[in-house]
Design a protein around this ligand. Structure first.
Ligand code: ATP
Length: 318
């Protein structure tokens, strides 16, 4: 995927997407409630949030399908509702089954979309990248849900867009198809394509995104790189098993300041904080000194699920 057309100079320097103070209401429901975030060029930003958080509404405003009630949305430096023709020729949008003629063959559909583009990718190559090489002649209605999903991704990408919107790109895909889609998103990133994706899958966000915006009830609850977010607060946990009833005040005196070791269940011990090799060595040598065998010693990093739970008191998966 090389030789993408150079974007026009007037909008090359602006961020791929800039959402500022955006509010969107549907009747009495406020779907998006003062949202701010920026997707810089060439990066992958994941909007992560539970069902109903406002992810799809946000993406649809960026695609120009919906206008915000308040605030501004800028895509490649342009207003996606006012300059929709200019914006649409430069973005890739994954439509969920929309616009498909049920009788048309998968390969024909992709060829048709490619024909509208000045410098399309090779449709046959794209079909094979997405594991659809054997479905080129299959009518759309006979494709499985996952195959339709991947064809819709192919349609979004075949025109070599500068910016791609992927709303839950792997929803409903099996593990193997999910990995194909992940590989393709990584390839887009390597090619300098900007990607805005929504997901409620932590592993997807953590694996693919350079930047994460966690939203809930239409608002940003946290943002940063996956590493920054999982490092926030308690950085990690060290757990070990040992005979119950150890006097942890003694352990605390030899640990760096800020550690408060706990016995979470009889014989199960937990330390939260920055777990570095010195902390592990301190714990094991303290156990040796009191002649106790620590078993099952393991270090766990906080996941985005933990971060979300800390911030909202709720599980990310609803
Ligand atoms: N066209 C609409 N009319 C009325 N309410 C809507 C409409 N679109 C979205 N909503 C409501 O706005 C809120 C946000 O919905 P949205 O689809 O943006 O969330 P989401 O984060 O994408 O959720 P999901 O992961 O379930 O797709 C929800 O309460 C939803 O019911």
């Amino acid at each position: 995927m090389t030789d993408r057309p150079t974007p026009s100079a007037a909008t090359t320097e602006s961020p791929a997407v800039c959402v500022s103070g955006v509010v969107k209401r549907f009747g009495s429901t406020t779907a998006v409630d003062g949202l701010d975030f920026t997707l810089e060029r060439g990066r992958v930003l994941a909007l992560l949030g539970p069902n109903g958080a406002g992810k799809t509404t946000t993406v649809e405003m960026c695609e120009g399908f919906l206008a915000p009630d308040e605030g501004t949305v800028s895509v490649l430096g342009l207003d996606p509702t006012r300059a929709s023709d200019q914006v649409r020729s430069r973005i890739g949008v994954m439509l969920q089954g929309g616009g498909a003629y049920p009788g048309s063959r998968a390969g024909e559909m992709l060829d048709l979309v490619a024909a509208y583009s000045a410098a399309p990718l090779d449709p046959a190559w794209l079909m094979s990248q997405l594991g659809l090489a054997d479905q080129v002649r299959t009518p759309y209605r006979r494709l499985s849900g996952g195959q339709q999903q991947r064809l819709s991704l192919a349609c979004a990408l075949v025109g070599r867009p500068e910016l791609v919107f992927l709303d839950e790109p792997t929803a409903g895909l099996d593990a193997q198809a999910r990995l194909l889609v992940w590989d393709l998103i990584r390839a887009l990133r390597r090619d300098g394509v900007s990607v805005l994706l929504t997901t409620h899958l932590m592993d997807e966000a953590e694996t693919l995104a350079d930047d994460l915006v966690i939203i809930d009830h239409g608002r940003v609850v946290a943002s940063g790189t996956p590493a920054e977010l999982t490092r926030r607060g308690a950085e990690g946990q060290l757990r070990f098993s040992a005979p119950p009833g150890l006097d942890l005040t003694l352990l605390q005196t030899v640990l760096p300041e800020g550690f408060d070791p706990q016995e979470t269940a009889p014989g199960s011990y937990l330390l939260e904080g920055t777990i570095d090799p010195q902390v592990i060595a301190t714990v094991t040598s303290w156990c040796a000194r009191i002649n106790v065998l620590a078993t099952d010693l393991r270090v766990e990093q906080r996941s985005l699920e933990d971060v979300f739970l800390d911030l909202t008191g709720r599980e990310l998966r609803s």
